[in-house]
Design a binder for this molecule. Sequence first.
Ligand code: WQD
Length: 339
Amino acid sequence: MKILVTGGAGYIGSHATLALLDAGHEVVVLDNFSNSSPESLKRVGELAGREAVLVEGDVGDREALTQLFDDQEQISAVMHFAAFKAVGESTEKPLAYYNNNVGGSIALLEVMEEFEVRDLVFSSSCTVYGEPETVPIKEDHRVGAVSSPYGRTKFLVEMMLKDLCLSDPRWNAAILRYFNPVGAHASGRLGENPLGTPENLIPFICQVLAGKLEKLFVFGDDYPTSDGTCIRDYLHVMDLADAHLKALEKLSERPGAFFVNLGTGRGSTVLEVVKAFEVVTGKKVPREFANKRPGDVVEAWADPSLAKELLGWSTTRDLKEMISDAWRWQSENPRGYDT
Ligand code: WQD
C-alpha cells in the first residue's frame, strides 16, 4: 500500500517509515522539519535500500496537502505523527500547540475526506489519562483530566476521530496511546534527536554520559514508590513502530475508531533506569535530587492485553536493550543528525 506519514522525519515517524518500507509499503513523508532533519530520511533510505518520497510542508497547509494528495494518487492510509510534543513548551505556547496539533489534524482530515482516504493511524499518548486512578492502565480508564495543553491537544484529536468515525462508518481510526517510547534502531543510524536540552529522561541521561550535560537532576525523591522516584512504562521505539504496522492491518477490517495502549506492561522507576544505564554503559551517572516537576504523575504503566488481543502485538525488547540502543545512537552520533 502507499502510506502517507506526516512527521515522518521525526523520532517515531522515521522509525515507523523504516518499518513500513521494510514491510514492502510505498511511503510518502510530509514533514516541515520544525523538530526533525531530512538526514533521518536519507538514512532510512540507506537502511531500507529504497527511499520514501519526501514532501516538505506543513500538515496545517491545506493547499500543500491537496497538492500532495493530487500528486500522490492511491494513498491508502495515513499515519499521523506530525505534532509539537514538549509538555513544558506547551504551557508557554498553548495557541501554537492547539493550532498545530488540533488545527493541523482538522486540515489533514478534511483533505483526506476530499480524496476519500479514510483510514488513519493516530499518534496519541498515555498523557490523556492524566494522573491514573488505577495502574496498570486499561483503555477504559477515564480520560481527559490532562495536566498540559500538549496532553489536551492529544485528547481533543482523539475525541474528533471518535466523532468522525461515529458520523461516517467509512472512516476507520487506530488511536495509539504511547507510553514512553525510548531507544533507537539497532544500527545506530536512527535515533532521538531533541532540539536543545532534552526534556525527556533517556536522551538527557545519554547526553550526561556523553559529557554534553553535567549531571542528571532527578525530579523528586519522596514519591510513594519503591525508591521514591516516578514510575513509567518505557517501550522500544522499534516495538512501537511494529505496533503501527499491526494497527494499519487492523484498519482493513473496517473497525471504526479503536483505542490501544502501547507499552510493555512493566513500570521502571527513574533510579532503576539510571542503574540500568550504569550496567549497560559501565559509566556512573552523576545525579542529584531536585524538586518535583509540575505535572508529573507518580506512576503510569500500561495493561497491554488489548494490544495483544486486537493487534496480536506485544513488546519484545527489554529496558537494557532500549538503553543499549539509545546509547549506541548517542555514541555514534554525538551531534545527532548534524553531519
Ligand atoms: C520520565 C520520568 C520525570 C527528566 C513525556 C510526555 C509524554 C511523552 C513522553 C510525548 C519522570 C523523570 C525526566 C529529567 C527526571 N511525550 N525525569 N529528570 O514525562 O513520562 O512523558 O514524554 O509524546 O506524552 O508526557 O517522560 O522522560 O520527561 O520523564 O527525573 O531530567 O523521568 O520526572 O518521572 P514523561 P520524561
